[in-house]
Design a protein around this ligand. Structure first.
Ligand code: NAD
Length: 491
């Protein structure tokens, strides 16, 4: 098994005395790679190195930074097959999704390369004569990026690309379940021409490496994607840094009585069981009109039972394993909770240890009430709760009756119901006649309520998390002009 060090100043380093940890293939529990458990000292070194490198990087005109990003996209595209297989091996999602993970990284680098020629500010008239007003974007400086394992290449890329094009240097701490995916991405960035020291990666535990990054006084920003619990810790400990938080979800698909049920079924299967339910946008609640609830339930259970669990690299596999033992235990804990709450378990509800990896049978609960814990809390596994409602208003009320607000969907052919849902659902994203998953990189991504702190990733807003706005006034009148004070003289 190959051993990897930390990535600092453009090379691998193995500080003395550090412990190591191993990332596992969740399909068979075999070791994939060994990584170094970084320390606070290593974070300090990485931050110092990043500060030195940042100035030069920021001095490069933004369009030139964009060209380097485009080269990253080109290299990723060339390596897509190999990297997609790595994602499926280290994280466990099926190969088509592993390739999709890499494609998302390609897309965001390509998109943000174009930002190098935009990074728009505003120009606006002055209230005074012979005075010009505008805004421009400046980098934050050095930012800390902390990422989860469920999109092991896409999420680091979603943060790296905008951070870099804005002229920042970074210290990245990837999830300890998928460090090799992050490592390969960082190496690809450097091969494409990102100068040494601009990207530094310190692997290790959240409690030590992550917490130190969050509190580090020399970091100007933190971009965090992960669980709500850790997100709240970030918010409480990051001080006055710029903080972007992308946290959990409890997303619902609403199915109205006029919906195309076959289409809705495909959306629910993909939303609830794709990536074994381990997406922040996974559909873990299905809110169905009473007229079609029984019919839809029967259709769903039939298909859920036919899903093939197995090796994510095999084309015949529909669902891969969960990420680790804890994820299996957590999913099962919620199965027990659902049963105790008197929801009806109609299929699944058990682990499959005999398969050799962290597999859990796709699980469907019905007769679920909106207040039940299985309908309120993020399970992050292949478990979905069906709830019956009378009409679109009640459906929206149930949809909104949770603490999160990330994604949502409605299946209907009635334009009034569709627009009522778009207007009243409390979520950062609403799909009509499509599942809760499927973000595209040129549109903003993020949630409301306890899904985050209002920042958006990707799209035209994606650079806001990683840039300061400077306001510029240029007075070419040749005399002292006083805003507000000279206002009466104008008459
Ligand atoms: P997690 O919060 O356990 O870990 C995320 C990262 O934070 C990891 O790198 C981890 O090592 C680090 N970390 C842990 N404790 C820390 C601490 N005290 N200080 C600093 N860093 C710390 O989340 P996870 O299990 O890796 O990912 C699953 C969660 O991520 C789910 O809740 C999911 O909804 C969420 N998620 C959200 C989005 C989004 O865009 N909204 C996308 C993907 C995943």
């Amino acid at each position: 098994m190959k051993k990897y060090g930390l990535w600092i100043a453009g090379r691998e380093v193995y500080p003395k005395g550090r412990k190591t940890f191993v990332s596992l293939n969740p399909t068979n529990k075999r070791a994939v790679a060994s990584f170094c458990s970084g320390s606070e000292t290593d974070v300090n070194t990485a931050v110092a190195v990043a500060h030195q490198a940042q100035k030069k990087w920021a001095a490069l005109p933004a369009p030139q930074r964009g060209e380097v990003l485009l080269e990253v996209a080109r290299l990723l595209r060339r390596r897509k097959q190999q990297l997609g297989r790595l994602v499926s091996t280290e994280m466990g999602k099926i190969l088509s999704e592993g390739l999709g993970d890499v494609q998302e990284a390609i897309d965001i680098f390509e998109y943000m390369a174009g930002e190098g020629r935009r990074l728009f500010g505003h120009t606006t008239p002055s209230e005074l004569r012979s005075k010009f007003c505008c805004t421009m974007r400046r980098p934050l400086g050095v930012v800390g990026l902390i990422t989860p394992w469920n999109f092991p290449m896409a999420i680091p890329a979603w943060k790296l690309a905008p951070a870099l094009v804005c002229g920042n240097a970074v210290v990245l701490k990837p999830a300890s379940d998928t460090p090799l995916c992050a490592y390969e991405l960082v190496k690809t960035c450097e091969e494409a021409g990102i100068p040494p020291g601009v990207i530094n990666m310190v692997t290790g535990s959240g409690d030590e490496v992550g917490a130190h990054i969050i509190r580090h006084e020399k970091l100007a920003g933190i971009s965090f994607t992960g669980s709500r619990v850790v997100g709240e810790f970030v918010a409480a400990n990051a001080g006055l840094k710029r903080v972007g938080l992308e946290l959990g979800g409890k997303n619902a698909i609403i199915i109205m009585d006029d919906a195309d049920l076959d289409l809705a079924l495909e959306g629910v299967l993909f939303g609830a069981f794709g990536t074994a339910g381990q997406r922040c946008t996974a559909a873990s609640r299905v809110i169905v009109s009473k007229e079609v609830k029984d019919e839809f339930e029967e259709m769903l259970v039939k298909r859920a039972e036919r899903l093939r669990l197995g090796d994510p690299l095999k084309e015949s596999t529909d669902i891969g394993p969960l990420i680790n033992e804890n994820a299996v235990k957590k999913t099962h804990r919620y199965t027990e909770i659902g049963k105790k709450e008197h929801a009806k378990l109609v299929t699944g509800g058990y682990a499959l240890p005999e398969k050799g990896g962290f597999f859990y049978k796709p699980t469907v609960f019905t007769n679920v009430k909106p207040h039940m814990r299985i309908a309120q809390e993020e399970i992050f596994g292949p478990s979905v709760s069906l709830m019956k409602v009378n009409d679109v208003r009640e459906a929206i009320r149930v949809c909104n009756g949770i603490e999160y607000g990330l994604s949502s969907a409605i299946y209907t052919n009635d334009i009034q119901k569709a627009f009522t849902a778009i207007e009243h659902i409390e979520a950062g994203i609403t799909y009509v006649n499509a599942s809760t998953i499927g973000a595209e990189v040129h549109l903003p991504f993020g949630g409301i309520k306890k899904t985050g702190n209002g920042t958006r990733e990707a799209g035209i807003l994606g650079v806001e998390e990683f840039s300061e706005v400077k306001t510029v006034y240029i007075d070419y009148s040749g005399k002292l002009q006083k805003a507000q004070i000279d206002v009466d003289k104008r008459k």
